[in-house]
Design a protein around this ligand. Structure first.
Ligand code: UD1
Length: 341
C-alpha cells in the first residue's frame, strides 16, 4: 500500500515509517521540520534499506497541500502525526497550537475528500480522559474538559474527524496514545527534544549523560503506592506497530464503524520512581534526582484498558519497561556520539 505519513521525520512518525516499510508498504512523508531533523531520513534508510520520499512543507498551507495530492496518486491511507505536542508551550501560545494542529488536520481532511483518499489514522492522546474515575480506562470513558490547549486540540480534532466521517467517503481510526518512550533497537532513531525536555524519559537520559544536573520528580504525595504519579509507558516501536495494523484494518475493510478509537498502551501503570529504578537497574547507573512539588495540570494516575485494541486490532504491546528505559539510554548515548543530529 502507498501510505502518506505526515510528521514522518518526528519521533513517533519515524518509528512508524520503519514499521510500515518492514511490512512492505510504500511510504511518502510530509514534514515541515519544525521539531525534527532531516538527517533522520538517512537513519530510516540505514534501518530499512529504503529511503522514503520526503517533501518539506507546511500542511497549514492548503495550496501546497493540494499541490501535493495533485502530484501523488493512489495513496490508500494517511497517518497524521504532524502536530505540536508540548503541553506547557500550548498554554503560553494557544493560537499557535490551535492554528497548527487544527488547520493542518482540516487541510488533510479536505484533500482526502477532494482527492478520494479513504483512510486516516489520527494521533490522539489519553489526555482526552483527564483523570479518569475508573482505571484502567476504557475507550468509553467520558472525555473530560481539556487541561491545556494542546489537549483541547486533540479533543476538537476527534470531533472534526467524526463530523467529516459522517459526510461519507472517509474512514478513520484515532489512536489514543498513553506515554510513548524508548527508541529503535538500532539506536539510529529516537526522540530528539529541542531545548529542555518536558517529558520524563528524555529528562532522565539527559540527566544521566550530564546535560542536565538533576531530575525533579514532580510530587510524591499522590495517592499511589510510592506517592509518585502513575502512567502507562509504551515502547515507541510497539506504538508504531499499532499504526500499521490500524491502517491495514481500514484498507482491508475490517473496521466495525467508520470512526473507531483505540487505547494504545500496555495496560500497566508505573510510577515515576519505578521508571527511575528501571533506568538504574538496566543501565547500572545512579540517577541524580530530587523530589519537588507537583507539576500543575498533572493527573495522579492513568493507565489503559487495552482489551479493545488487543481483540479488535489483534495488536498487543510486547516490550517491557526495562526494554523501554534501556533503549532510551542507548539512543541518548548514540546521540551524544553524533554531531550531525
Ligand atoms: C503529557 C500529556 C500527553 C502528551 C505528552 C507529550 C497529559 C495527561 N499528558 O504526558 O498527552 O502527549 O505530555 O508532551 O497531559 N515527570 C517528573 N519530572 C520531569 C518530567 C515528568 O517527575 O522532569 C513526571 C510527571 O509529573 C508525570 C510523569 O513524569 O507524572 C510523566 O510525565 P511526562 O513524560 O511529561 O508525560 P505526561 O505529562 O504524562
Amino acid at each position: 500500500m502507498k501510505i502518506l505519513v505526515t510528521g514522518g521525520v518526528g519521533y513517533i512518525g519515524s518509528h512508524t515509517v520503519v514499521e510500515l516499510q518492514n511490512a512492505g508498504h510504500e511510504v511518502l512523508i510530509v514534514d515541515n521540520l519544525s521539531n525534527s531533523n532531516i538527517e533522520v531520513v538517512n537513519q530510516i534508510e540505514k534501518i530499512s534499506g529504503i529511503k522514503p520520499l520526503v517533501e518539506i512543507f507546511d500542511l497549514e498551507d492548503l495550496l501546497l497541500t493540494r499541490d501535493f495530492f495533485t502530484r501523488h496518486h493512489g495513496i490508500e491511507g494517511i497517518i497524521h502525526f504532524a502536530a505540536f505536542k508540548a503541553v506547557g508551550e500550548s498554554v503560553e501560545h494557544p493560537l499557535k497550537y490551535y492554528r497548527n494542529n487544527l488547520v493542518s488536520l482540516i487541510n488533510i481532511l479536505a484533500c482526502m475528500k477532494e482527492f478520494n483518499v479513504p483512510n486516516l489514522v489520527f494521533s490522539s492522546s489519553c489526555t482526552v480522559y483527564g483523570q479518569p474515575e475508573i482505571l484502567p480506562v476504557t475507550e468509553d470513558a467520558p472525555v473530560q474538559k481539556a487541561m491545556s490547549p494542546y489537549g483541547n486540540t486533540k479533543q476538537i480534532s476527534e470531533e472534526i474527524i467524526l463530523d467529516t466521517v459522517h459526510t461519507g467517503g472517509i474512514k478513520a481510526i484515532a489512536l489514543r496514545y498513553f506515554n510513548p518512550i524508548g527508541a529503535h533497537e538500532s539506536a539510529l532513531i529516537g526522540e530528539l527534544p529541542l531545548g529542555v525536555p518536558n517529558n520524563l524519559m528524555p529528562f532522565i537520559t539527559q540527566t544521566a549523560i550530564g546535560i542536565r544536573k538533576e531530575l525533579s520528580v514532580f510530587g510524591n504525595d499522590y495517592n499511589t503506592p510510592d506517592g509518585t504519579a502513575i502512567r502507562d509507558y509504551i515502547h515507541v516501536v510497539d506504538l508504531a506497530k499499532a499504526h500499521v495494523v490500524a491502517v491495514e484494518r481500514m484498507v482491508n475493510q475490517r473496521s466495525k464503524s467508520d470512526f473507531e478509537m483505540f487505547n494504545v498502551g500496555t495496560g500497566n501503570g508505573f510510577s515515576v520512581l519505578e521508571v527511575i529504578h528501571s533506568f538504574e537497574r538496566t543501565t547500572g547507573m545512579k540517577l541524580n534526582y530530587k523530589i519537588v512539588g507537583r507539576r500543575a495540570g498533572d493527573v495522579e494516575k492513568v493507565y489503559a484498558d487495552t482489551k479493545f485494541a488487543n481483540e479488535e486490532l489483534g495488536w498487543k504491546a510486547e516490550k517491557s519497561l526495562d526494554e523501554m528505559t534501556l533503549s532510551a539510554w542507548n539512543w541518548e548515548k548514540a546521540l551524544n556520539n553524533k554531531s550531525n543530529l
